[in-house]
Write a protein that binds this ligand. Sequence first.
Ligand code: NAD
Length: 469
Amino acid sequence: MSDLYLKFVNTPVGKTAAQTLGLPAPVPLKRWKRADQPFIEGDVLVGAAGNGKAIAALGSLLGASAASLHHASGVATLEASSGAGNKARPLDLTTEINTRFSALVFDASGMKDTAELRALYDFYHPTIRKLAGNGRILVIGLDPAGCKSPAQAAAQRALEGFVRSVGKEIGKKGSTANLLWIAPGAEKHLDSSVRFFLSPRSAYVSGQVARIGKVTGELAATNPVAPLTGKVALVTGASRGIGESIAETLARDGATVIGLDIPAALEDLQRVTDRIKGKALACDITDARAPAMIAEFVKEHFGGIDLIIHNAGITRDKTLGNMPEHFWDMAIAVNLTAEELIDEELMKQELIRDNGRIVCVSSISGIAGNFGQTNYSTAKCGVIGYVEALARKLKNGITINAVAPGFIETQMTAAMPVTIREAGRRMNSLSQGGQPVDVAEAIAWYCNPGSTGVNGNVVRVCGQSLIGK
Ligand code: NAD
């Protein structure tokens, strides 16, 4: 779907017109292009407060990347580990900074009380104007749930407010700000998440907090170019829109994909699965026989499943007083109940392999509510409750997470009345709609074998929409 306004304001005439009239001037977002692309390029500045433990892990990851690494002297104590490709160069923040940074990364996990929050200001105040367009701010903190004292929990929770506000300030340049809350000991398991949040894969994710838990044992080494090699994925609603992009993205990352959609969409579905050398399964997920049919298909063709992506969804909008009962029933059945029943059957038959991933597609409507969508919001909020509860029960490295898309350019949003569509597109920090691939990339991050510590999260892919928290 095409955003003509975005194209127009990026022409010389459009730029001047937007400036003169005080209209939003979104910049085109850089997205992932090549499989062998380094996850970040350019200069990265890393800082830390207190004796944060994440900085060493960051140092070795970033030092080995294509980026040129700096650390802020006075604020940071960076230990670029031995074996890193790039040795960090110190940078004095009190003098003129002549570098443009692709990312400003701060390890705040060592902060013990609110007095230490000053270190955030000291690090970001002199550098934020030096953040390049499409840049990244990433803060690493300690999950407040695991903090020992109220003072430490206050400082760590405060990071969320910081990231959410700074995201709103830098969004006009296409830049994003996010926070990773780690559990004690989880600093060793940051790799896949740092790679995602610093790369163009997270182009439409801003103002978000992801929790990373501790993992027992070592994570298997992954191939950064095709991390899902050998994995089998089920993607529901794969014939078009976001589902099509999820299927393509997981296949790009090495997975073999079973694309599922309603029988009426079989022709389109087959076009998608043929292109990515996957398999097509025509099935209505609300059919009482669907869970058994899916389990049978998985067993017969692959013997088990690694990645289950519950993407199929519908809207049936009407204000509550005008809503016929079948609108309510269908929205709950497709968007919520079918997912539970499919997982239940796959778990009962022990078809989900160790280190498996379940990903649900919720919506910002499920977080903030939306006029005319009581049925849809109820279902999509139920998805969040389901994810949070099941995350606590899963074993053997299996995780469940959700993405909550905002305004994504698909047939669903193209069908909206023009005024609502334009409002949806512009009312976010990046002043534009997301692409289906933005949702798919977040799902691929959850699916990464290195993301075992990422469990029970709901990350919004919404350009930091002004709707909801
Ligand atoms: P879409 O309508 O383009 O695609 C949905 C797909 O699901 C279709 O291929 C459809 O045939 C399939 N489907 C519907 N009912 C099914 C059933 N009973 N059994 C099997 N397949 C079924 O929608 P989209 O925009 O690509 O949305 C994908 C997901 O993202 C949905 O869950 C939607 O609620 C969610 N979402 C989308 C947006 C957005 O802006 N587009 C925003 C928030 C959330």
